[in-house]
Write a protein that binds this ligand. Structure first.
Ligand SMILES: Cc1cc2nc3c(=O)[nH]c(=O)nc-3n(C[C@H](O)[C@H](O)[C@H](O)COP(=O)(O)OP(=O)(O)OC[C@H]3O[C@@H](n4cnc5c(N)ncnc54)[C@H](O)[C@@H]3O)c2cc1C
Length: 524
């Protein structure tokens, strides 16, 4: 088997380099074409008040809108660095959601960097050591390459709300962080600079708050991002969420991915007694829960495809009826740099949740931003700060774009298709990962955020495609098989290149060629 792989690697690398060149040349025009002013209903103009010296008169240094994963981690981080932080969160009660329940080990490393690792303690979180893949009765285990790390480092899975409450408590325990319940209704703008926010308190009072920097972390349904980015949101599918009780997964402490028809099904523990099941349903519409169509769909289409060990718990969970749905959104980061404001978390950038990468990207972005802001004592010169922070968009790319691209590409490869070439790609992907060694370790390092390198991603992706073609052509190629092989390569290119283009080829592969990469702070 070794020879075809070596050939595959060489061919994949050549193809990858060629494709990168092609994309690099085309990307410039594409970005220029898509850059247009967005609507800004969520922004209100404010007249400057004579003599007002806002941030220096006891107002916050930073306003953070939303205290979810990104907002609460950011509040603690900036608070720890001595900033006066005012967080405004719509609902301070413990969230009960089906999102953000598996933190990849790369995200856990970021939690450590931020000093927040204790937030996964005392919430009955579970350690995750890798994934198990299931396809047509076969299964394979893909372990995270954790050997080089401290024994504490692994993935963690938990109830999202419990994790968020721990981070909120930790942020609010700092004397310079004010965490307030309220709904931000608009950003306050003055001569093109965001000066603060208008918000409604718990009691319905309309208030304004001012700060030299407002960081919007209002999540995937963000109402405030429109003036700060070009939001191109795609909703390829929805997740249907169930909780399986007292069930033993075939591989303890592993995420489970079933390559089902029409699309993948996930299982992972979220406490010592509960397993989260997320069933992907392609498209934006799901069967109705209220009229029983969803339960029928889950029992007739889905149940027969899940591993037999968890079949009974799955059916019991459907019968219990606590079924939730959530759209799976993806949105490349397309910022519209604005003095006085920044976007973070899902408000800024989203990817398909198949690979559980959202929290890792958000935490990684916070580390980048923290390091950029650290040398600045004063944030008042908004225009200079905005120029300086343009480097954030480039510095975050290696991690964010690898995780985003992998999520989008893997989702497409893992979906069932009547097309023979797509079927071959899916089969090749499962078998490639099953080979073990570098063939599973490389992709799992990317997915886990432990070693997110864009070029490695492209190489593995095309190695899978070439592995698929090799299997088609060996030992005896036929014209039909040659044709399927050609379509497989073109299909693989059609999956990955549009995602890479949306991420920005130059920022992703050649960040050091972007001037903002080197932007240094002015001493103040
Ligand atoms: C189905 C699904 C499953 C997922 N699973 C995973 C996973 O396993 N692992 C993973 O890493 N990622 C996962 N993700 C992605 C992950 O959930 C997000 O990346 C992460 O939650 C983003 O954090 P955030 O702080 O940006 O948004 P959120 O955590 O959603 O927080 C936004 C906060 O803003 C508040 N807010 C909103 N509007 C306002 C307003 N106007 N004023 C004040 N406050 C406001 C909200 O109340 C909320 O608290 C999943 C996503 C989906 C859709």
């Amino acid at each position: 088997m070794a020879d075809p792989y070596t050939m595959g690697w060489i061919l994949a690398s050549l193809l990858g380099l060629f494709a990168l060149y092609y994309l690099f040349v085309n990307n410039k025009n594409h970005r220029e074409a898509s850059l247009q002013e967005s609507g800004s209903e969520c922004v209100k103009s404010v007249a400057p008040v004579k003599g007002e010296c806002r941030s220096k008169n006891g107002d916050a240094d930073v306003i953070i809108v939303g205290a979810g994963v990104a907002g609460s981690a950011l509040a603690h981080t900036l608070g720890k660095d001595g900033r006066l932080v005012h967080v405004i969160e719509r609902d301070l009660a413990e969230p009960d959601r089906i999102v953000g329940e598996l933190l990849q080990p790369g995200g856990y490393l970021k939690l450590i960097e931020l000093g927040l690792q204790d937030c996964v303690e005392e919430i009955d979180s579970q350690r995750v050591y890798g994934y198990a893949l299931f396809k047509d009765g076969k299964d394979t285990r893909l372990s995270y390459p954790l050997e080089k790390f401290h024994s504490d480092v692994s993935g963690r899975s938990f109830h999202n709300g419990r994790f968020i409450q721990r981070m909120r408590e930790k942020a609010a325990s700092l004397p310079n962080v004010q965490l307030e319940q309220g709904t931000v209704t608009s950003l306050l703008e003055e001569n093109g600079t965001i000066k603060g926010v208008q918000y409604k308190t718990k009691t319905g009072q309309e208030l304004t708050a001012y700060a030299p920097l407002t960081i919007v972390c209002d999540g995937c349904f963000s109402n405030l991002r429109r003036s700060l980015c070009i939001p191109k949101v795609d909703v390829p599918s929805c997740f249907v969420g169930l909780v399986l009780e007292n069930c033993n997964l075939p591989y303890a402490n592993h995420g489970h991915v079933v390559l089902a028809d029409p699309s993948p099904i996930l299982f992972y523990p979220i406490s010592s007694t509960e397993v989260r099941c997320l069933v992907d349903v392609p498209g934006q519409k799901v069967p109705s829960i209220s009229n029983g169509e969803m339960a029928k769909y889950l029992k007739t289409v889905v149940a027969s495809q899940i591993p037999p060990q968890i079949y009974d718990s799955f059916v019991a969970a459907v019968d219990k009826g606590n079924i939730r749905t959530m759209p799976n959104r993806s949105m490349p980061a397309a910022p519209h740099p604005t003095p006085g404001a920044l976007l973070m978390g899902d408000a800024f950038n989203m990817r398909h949740p198949l690979t559980g990468g959202g929290m890792t990207v958000a935490l990684s972005d916070i580390v980048v931003l923290r390091d950029l802001l650290k040398p600045l004592r004063d944030l008042n010169d908004s225009v200079t700060l905005c120029k300086y922070l343009e480097s954030f968009y480039t510095l975050r790319k290696p991690v964010a774009s690898t995780i985003n691209t992998l999520a989008g590409a893997l989702y497409k490869v893992f979906c069932a298709s009547p097309d023979q070439a797509r079927k071959e790609m899916r089969e090749a992907c499962f078998d490639y990962l099953s080979l073990g060694g570098v063939f599973s370790e490389g992709p799992v390092s990317l997915l886990s955020g432990l070693n997110p390198r864009p070029l490695s991603l492209v190489c593995h992706f095309f190695a899978v495609a070439i592995y698929g073609v090799g299997r088609l052509l060996l030992p005896f190629p036929s014209p039909k098989r040659l044709w399927i092989g050609a379509r497989l390569i073109s299909g693989a290119s059609g999956i990955i290149f549009p995602i890479i283009r949306a991420e920005g080829v130059r920022q992703m592969f050649f960040p050091a060629t972007i001037p903002a990469y080197y932007r240094a702070p002015r001493p103040n």
